[in-house]
Design a protein around this ligand. Structure first.
Ligand code: PEP
Ligand code: MN
Length: 337
Protein backbone atom coordinates (compact mmCIF):
# COMPACT_ATOMS: atom_id res chain seq x y z
CA UNK A 1 0.00 0.00 0.00
CA UNK A 2 1.22 3.45 -0.91
CA UNK A 3 -0.27 6.59 0.59
CA UNK A 4 0.24 9.65 -1.57
CA UNK A 5 0.08 12.94 0.31
CA UNK A 6 -1.26 16.20 -1.17
CA UNK A 7 1.39 18.62 -2.33
CA UNK A 8 0.52 21.07 0.46
CA UNK A 9 0.17 18.43 3.19
CA UNK A 10 1.67 19.61 6.48
CA UNK A 11 4.19 17.75 8.63
CA UNK A 12 1.44 17.27 11.19
CA UNK A 13 -0.77 15.53 8.63
CA UNK A 14 2.15 13.38 7.46
CA UNK A 15 2.96 12.39 11.03
CA UNK A 16 -0.67 11.49 11.71
CA UNK A 17 -0.60 9.07 8.79
CA UNK A 18 2.70 7.57 10.01
CA UNK A 19 1.23 7.15 13.51
CA UNK A 20 -1.81 5.36 12.17
CA UNK A 21 0.42 2.98 10.21
CA UNK A 22 2.54 2.27 13.27
CA UNK A 23 -0.49 1.83 15.57
CA UNK A 24 -1.46 -1.09 13.34
CA UNK A 25 1.94 -2.70 13.85
CA UNK A 26 3.22 -1.91 10.35
CA UNK A 27 6.22 0.08 9.25
CA UNK A 28 5.93 3.48 7.56
CA UNK A 29 8.48 4.37 4.93
CA UNK A 30 8.20 8.00 3.76
CA UNK A 31 9.42 8.42 0.19
CA UNK A 32 10.01 12.11 -0.57
CA UNK A 33 9.47 12.94 -4.24
CA UNK A 34 9.91 16.05 -6.38
CA UNK A 35 6.20 16.89 -6.32
CA UNK A 36 4.79 15.20 -3.27
CA UNK A 37 5.63 12.82 -0.45
CA UNK A 38 4.38 9.25 -0.49
CA UNK A 39 4.42 6.84 2.42
CA UNK A 40 4.93 3.15 1.80
CA UNK A 41 3.50 0.63 4.24
CA UNK A 42 5.79 -2.30 4.96
CA UNK A 43 5.62 -5.44 7.09
CA UNK A 44 1.87 -5.93 6.70
CA UNK A 45 0.97 -9.62 6.60
CA UNK A 46 -2.29 -9.30 4.66
CA UNK A 47 -4.19 -6.74 2.60
CA UNK A 48 -4.83 -3.30 4.10
CA UNK A 49 -8.18 -1.54 4.00
CA UNK A 50 -7.72 1.78 2.13
CA UNK A 51 -10.58 3.26 4.20
CA UNK A 52 -8.17 3.48 7.12
CA UNK A 53 -6.35 6.33 5.39
CA UNK A 54 -8.36 7.78 2.54
CA UNK A 55 -10.27 10.33 4.66
CA UNK A 56 -7.30 11.54 6.66
CA UNK A 57 -6.37 15.21 6.20
CA UNK A 58 -3.58 15.74 3.68
CA UNK A 59 -4.05 12.36 1.96
CA UNK A 60 -4.56 12.54 -1.80
CA UNK A 61 -4.61 8.90 -2.80
CA UNK A 62 -4.22 5.39 -1.49
CA UNK A 63 -2.72 2.99 -4.01
CA UNK A 64 -2.45 -0.75 -3.53
CA UNK A 65 1.01 -2.05 -4.49
CA UNK A 66 0.53 -5.20 -6.47
CA UNK A 67 4.13 -6.44 -6.50
CA UNK A 68 5.80 -8.55 -3.85
CA UNK A 69 8.70 -6.09 -3.86
CA UNK A 70 7.83 -2.62 -2.70
CA UNK A 71 10.77 -0.30 -2.03
CA UNK A 72 12.37 -1.47 -5.25
CA UNK A 73 9.26 -0.92 -7.34
CA UNK A 74 8.39 1.95 -9.57
CA UNK A 75 4.88 1.88 -8.14
CA UNK A 76 6.38 3.16 -4.90
CA UNK A 77 8.83 5.59 -6.48
CA UNK A 78 8.03 6.72 -10.03
CA UNK A 79 11.21 8.72 -10.66
CA UNK A 80 14.57 7.07 -11.39
CA UNK A 81 17.03 6.75 -8.54
CA UNK A 82 20.46 8.23 -9.10
CA UNK A 83 23.54 7.28 -7.15
CA UNK A 84 26.22 9.85 -6.65
CA UNK A 85 29.82 9.11 -5.75
CA UNK A 86 32.06 11.97 -4.74
CA UNK A 87 35.57 12.55 -3.59
CA UNK A 88 36.40 16.25 -3.33
CA UNK A 89 35.54 17.86 -6.69
CA UNK A 90 35.41 14.51 -8.40
CA UNK A 91 31.79 13.43 -8.86
CA UNK A 92 30.08 10.62 -10.70
CA UNK A 93 26.33 10.19 -11.05
CA UNK A 94 24.99 6.76 -11.97
CA UNK A 95 21.49 6.88 -13.37
CA UNK A 96 21.87 10.32 -14.96
CA UNK A 97 22.45 11.27 -18.59
CA UNK A 98 25.87 9.68 -18.89
CA UNK A 99 26.64 5.99 -19.36
CA UNK A 100 29.10 5.23 -16.56
CA UNK A 101 31.89 2.79 -17.34
CA UNK A 102 33.31 0.53 -14.65
CA UNK A 103 36.33 -1.40 -15.84
CA UNK A 104 39.29 -3.37 -14.57
CA UNK A 105 40.54 -6.89 -14.05
CA UNK A 106 38.52 -9.73 -12.64
CA UNK A 107 40.96 -9.90 -9.74
CA UNK A 108 43.59 -7.58 -8.33
CA UNK A 109 46.84 -9.49 -8.83
CA UNK A 110 49.55 -6.97 -7.95
CA UNK A 111 49.97 -3.24 -7.47
CA UNK A 112 51.62 -2.85 -10.87
CA UNK A 113 48.93 -4.83 -12.67
CA UNK A 114 46.11 -2.88 -10.99
CA UNK A 115 47.68 0.54 -11.57
CA UNK A 116 48.61 -0.14 -15.16
CA UNK A 117 45.08 -1.27 -15.99
CA UNK A 118 43.54 1.55 -13.96
CA UNK A 119 45.47 4.24 -15.84
CA UNK A 120 44.56 2.63 -19.17
CA UNK A 121 40.83 2.40 -18.49
CA UNK A 122 40.76 5.88 -17.00
CA UNK A 123 42.42 7.27 -20.11
CA UNK A 124 39.79 5.54 -22.22
CA UNK A 125 36.89 7.01 -20.22
CA UNK A 126 36.15 4.72 -17.27
CA UNK A 127 35.08 6.42 -14.06
CA UNK A 128 35.09 3.42 -11.75
CA UNK A 129 37.73 0.73 -11.30
CA UNK A 130 36.59 -2.83 -10.76
CA UNK A 131 38.75 -5.59 -9.29
CA UNK A 132 38.16 -8.40 -6.84
CA UNK A 133 40.32 -8.75 -3.75
CA UNK A 134 38.24 -11.62 -2.38
CA UNK A 135 37.18 -13.92 -5.21
CA UNK A 136 34.38 -16.49 -5.07
CA UNK A 137 35.83 -19.21 -7.34
CA UNK A 138 34.11 -22.36 -8.52
CA UNK A 139 37.21 -24.40 -7.66
CA UNK A 140 38.85 -24.24 -4.21
CA UNK A 141 42.19 -24.65 -6.00
CA UNK A 142 41.79 -21.54 -8.16
CA UNK A 143 43.27 -18.16 -7.23
CA UNK A 144 41.11 -16.78 -4.42
CA UNK A 145 42.28 -13.17 -4.59
CA UNK A 146 44.91 -11.24 -2.62
CA UNK A 147 42.50 -10.57 0.24
CA UNK A 148 43.37 -7.62 2.47
CA UNK A 149 46.48 -6.88 0.42
CA UNK A 150 44.16 -6.53 -2.57
CA UNK A 151 42.07 -3.99 -0.71
CA UNK A 152 45.21 -1.98 0.08
CA UNK A 153 46.04 -1.96 -3.62
CA UNK A 154 42.52 -0.81 -4.47
CA UNK A 155 42.87 2.05 -1.96
CA UNK A 156 46.10 3.01 -3.71
CA UNK A 157 44.45 2.90 -7.15
CA UNK A 158 41.74 5.20 -5.83
CA UNK A 159 44.27 7.62 -4.37
CA UNK A 160 46.59 7.69 -7.39
CA UNK A 161 44.10 7.71 -10.24
CA UNK A 162 41.00 9.33 -8.73
CA UNK A 163 38.91 6.44 -10.03
CA UNK A 164 36.15 5.22 -7.73
CA UNK A 165 36.27 1.57 -6.68
CA UNK A 166 33.83 -1.33 -6.88
CA UNK A 167 34.86 -4.63 -5.30
CA UNK A 168 33.11 -7.73 -4.09
CA UNK A 169 32.19 -8.70 -0.55
CA UNK A 170 31.89 -12.48 -0.38
CA UNK A 171 30.65 -12.81 3.21
CA UNK A 172 29.97 -10.88 6.42
CA UNK A 173 33.57 -10.74 7.54
CA UNK A 174 34.78 -9.52 4.15
CA UNK A 175 31.99 -6.96 3.96
CA UNK A 176 33.31 -5.32 7.14
CA UNK A 177 36.68 -4.85 5.45
CA UNK A 178 35.39 -3.95 2.00
CA UNK A 179 33.00 -1.23 3.13
CA UNK A 180 35.89 0.70 4.69
CA UNK A 181 37.77 0.93 1.41
CA UNK A 182 35.38 0.74 -1.51
CA UNK A 183 32.95 3.23 -3.05
CA UNK A 184 30.52 0.51 -4.17
CA UNK A 185 30.11 -2.90 -2.56
CA UNK A 186 29.60 -5.68 -5.11
CA UNK A 187 27.52 -8.72 -4.18
CA UNK A 188 28.12 -11.54 -6.64
CA UNK A 189 25.81 -13.82 -8.54
CA UNK A 190 26.48 -16.71 -6.14
CA UNK A 191 25.38 -14.63 -3.17
CA UNK A 192 22.23 -13.16 -4.62
CA UNK A 193 20.11 -15.30 -2.34
CA UNK A 194 22.36 -15.10 0.70
CA UNK A 195 19.69 -13.26 2.64
CA UNK A 196 21.74 -12.55 5.76
CA UNK A 197 24.45 -11.00 3.61
CA UNK A 198 21.86 -8.96 1.72
CA UNK A 199 20.54 -7.63 5.02
CA UNK A 200 24.05 -6.82 6.20
CA UNK A 201 24.70 -4.91 2.96
CA UNK A 202 21.46 -3.07 3.64
CA UNK A 203 23.02 -1.68 6.80
CA UNK A 204 26.15 -0.48 5.00
CA UNK A 205 26.62 3.19 4.23
CA UNK A 206 27.88 2.51 0.71
CA UNK A 207 25.94 1.75 -2.51
CA UNK A 208 25.54 -1.93 -3.35
CA UNK A 209 25.94 -3.38 -6.84
CA UNK A 210 23.81 -6.51 -6.72
CA UNK A 211 24.48 -9.07 -9.42
CA UNK A 212 21.60 -11.20 -10.60
CA UNK A 213 21.86 -14.86 -9.65
CA UNK A 214 22.72 -16.83 -12.77
CA UNK A 215 19.54 -18.86 -12.21
CA UNK A 216 17.32 -16.14 -10.76
CA UNK A 217 13.96 -15.01 -12.06
CA UNK A 218 13.24 -11.30 -12.14
CA UNK A 219 10.99 -11.61 -9.08
CA UNK A 220 13.76 -13.35 -7.14
CA UNK A 221 16.27 -10.74 -8.23
CA UNK A 222 14.08 -7.79 -7.33
CA UNK A 223 13.18 -9.40 -4.00
CA UNK A 224 16.90 -9.74 -3.27
CA UNK A 225 17.28 -6.00 -3.89
CA UNK A 226 14.27 -5.48 -1.60
CA UNK A 227 16.17 -7.24 1.21
CA UNK A 228 18.93 -4.65 0.94
CA UNK A 229 16.52 -1.72 0.78
CA UNK A 230 14.39 -3.05 3.63
CA UNK A 231 17.36 -2.47 5.94
CA UNK A 232 17.52 1.18 4.98
CA UNK A 233 20.05 1.25 2.14
CA UNK A 234 18.36 2.96 -0.82
CA UNK A 235 21.48 2.90 -2.96
CA UNK A 236 21.19 -0.33 -4.89
CA UNK A 237 22.33 -0.98 -8.47
CA UNK A 238 20.74 -3.87 -10.35
CA UNK A 239 23.31 -5.77 -12.43
CA UNK A 240 22.39 -8.21 -15.20
CA UNK A 241 25.43 -10.46 -15.78
CA UNK A 242 24.06 -13.30 -17.88
CA UNK A 243 22.04 -16.34 -16.93
CA UNK A 244 22.60 -20.05 -17.49
CA UNK A 245 20.93 -21.43 -20.55
CA UNK A 246 21.50 -24.41 -22.84
CA UNK A 247 23.95 -22.61 -25.11
CA UNK A 248 27.53 -23.66 -25.60
CA UNK A 249 28.60 -20.71 -27.68
CA UNK A 250 28.94 -18.51 -24.59
CA UNK A 251 29.50 -18.88 -20.85
CA UNK A 252 26.06 -17.46 -20.08
CA UNK A 253 23.31 -15.69 -22.00
CA UNK A 254 22.92 -11.94 -21.55
CA UNK A 255 19.26 -11.48 -20.75
CA UNK A 256 18.61 -8.34 -22.75
CA UNK A 257 14.87 -8.69 -22.11
CA UNK A 258 15.58 -8.15 -18.44
CA UNK A 259 16.74 -4.59 -19.10
CA UNK A 260 13.43 -3.05 -20.24
CA UNK A 261 11.66 -5.21 -17.66
CA UNK A 262 13.77 -3.87 -14.80
CA UNK A 263 13.39 -0.34 -16.12
CA UNK A 264 9.63 -0.71 -16.03
CA UNK A 265 9.40 -2.45 -12.69
CA UNK A 266 12.01 -0.56 -10.74
CA UNK A 267 13.41 2.92 -10.27
CA UNK A 268 16.90 1.60 -9.44
CA UNK A 269 19.84 2.16 -11.81
CA UNK A 270 20.69 -0.71 -14.16
CA UNK A 271 24.18 -2.05 -14.81
CA UNK A 272 25.16 -4.66 -17.38
CA UNK A 273 28.19 -6.94 -17.18
CA UNK A 274 28.87 -8.21 -20.71
CA UNK A 275 32.08 -9.99 -19.62
CA UNK A 276 30.58 -12.69 -17.42
CA UNK A 277 27.63 -13.02 -19.79
CA UNK A 278 29.97 -13.76 -22.70
CA UNK A 279 32.84 -15.61 -21.08
CA UNK A 280 34.80 -14.96 -24.25
CA UNK A 281 36.44 -11.80 -25.43
CA UNK A 282 35.02 -11.70 -28.96
CA UNK A 283 31.45 -11.28 -27.69
CA UNK A 284 32.09 -8.60 -25.07
CA UNK A 285 32.06 -5.49 -27.27
CA UNK A 286 28.86 -6.44 -29.19
CA UNK A 287 27.06 -7.27 -25.94
CA UNK A 288 28.24 -4.06 -24.29
CA UNK A 289 26.96 -2.03 -27.25
CA UNK A 290 23.64 -3.87 -27.28
CA UNK A 291 23.18 -3.15 -23.58
CA UNK A 292 24.16 0.49 -24.08
CA UNK A 293 21.62 0.77 -26.90
CA UNK A 294 18.86 -0.23 -24.48
CA UNK A 295 19.81 2.72 -22.28
CA UNK A 296 21.44 1.07 -19.27
CA UNK A 297 23.05 3.36 -16.71
CA UNK A 298 26.42 1.66 -16.44
CA UNK A 299 28.57 -1.13 -17.85
CA UNK A 300 31.03 -3.18 -15.82
CA UNK A 301 33.70 -4.65 -18.08
CA UNK A 302 36.71 -6.85 -17.38
CA UNK A 303 39.93 -5.45 -18.80
CA UNK A 304 43.42 -6.91 -18.32
CA UNK A 305 46.84 -5.75 -19.50
CA UNK A 306 47.94 -9.37 -20.07
CA UNK A 307 44.78 -11.46 -20.31
CA UNK A 308 46.67 -14.58 -21.37
CA UNK A 309 48.43 -14.49 -17.99
CA UNK A 310 45.43 -13.42 -15.90
CA UNK A 311 44.83 -15.40 -12.72
CA UNK A 312 41.09 -15.37 -13.35
CA UNK A 313 38.73 -14.75 -16.26
CA UNK A 314 41.51 -14.02 -18.78
CA UNK A 315 39.57 -15.39 -21.79
CA UNK A 316 36.79 -12.84 -21.30
CA UNK A 317 39.00 -9.88 -20.42
CA UNK A 318 39.44 -7.17 -23.03
CA UNK A 319 42.86 -5.81 -23.88
CA UNK A 320 43.09 -2.13 -22.94
CA UNK A 321 43.06 -1.18 -26.66
CA UNK A 322 39.83 -3.10 -27.11
CA UNK A 323 38.28 -1.26 -24.20
CA UNK A 324 39.27 2.00 -25.86
CA UNK A 325 37.72 0.77 -29.10
CA UNK A 326 34.50 -0.04 -27.22
CA UNK A 327 34.39 3.50 -25.83
CA UNK A 328 34.97 4.96 -29.32
CA UNK A 329 32.18 2.84 -30.74
CA UNK A 330 29.81 3.88 -27.94
CA UNK A 331 30.57 7.51 -28.75
CA UNK A 332 29.84 6.85 -32.41
CA UNK A 333 26.43 5.60 -31.24
CA UNK A 334 25.93 9.08 -29.73
CA UNK A 335 26.06 7.67 -26.24
CA UNK A 336 27.55 10.04 -23.73
CA UNK A 337 30.27 8.23 -21.80
C1 PEP B 1 33.16 -10.81 -10.98
O1 PEP B 1 32.62 -9.71 -11.14
O2 PEP B 1 34.36 -11.01 -11.20
C2 PEP B 1 32.30 -11.94 -10.59
C3 PEP B 1 32.78 -12.98 -9.93
O3 PEP B 1 31.03 -11.78 -11.00
P1 PEP B 1 29.77 -12.76 -10.88
O4 PEP B 1 29.38 -12.75 -9.44
O5 PEP B 1 28.76 -12.12 -11.78
O6 PEP B 1 30.20 -14.12 -11.37
MN1 MN C 1 35.39 -12.25 -13.24
Amino acid sequence: MLIVMKQDASDKELNAVISRIEENGWQAKPIPGGERTAIGILRNKGPIDPALFIDMPGVRDVIPVSKPYKLVSREMKPDNTTIELSQGDNKVVIGGEQLILMAGPCAVESENQALEIAYAVKEAGAKIFRGGAFKPRSSPYSFQGLGEKGLEILAKVREETGLFIVTEATDHEVLELVEEVTDIIQLGTRNMQNYRLLRRAGQAKKPVLLKRGMWATMDEFLMAAEYIMSEGNNQVLLCERGIRTFTRHSRNTLDINAIPYMRRESHLPIVVDPSHAAGRRDQVIPLAKAAAATGVDALIVEVHNQPEKALSDGPQSLYPEQFKKLVDELRQMNISV
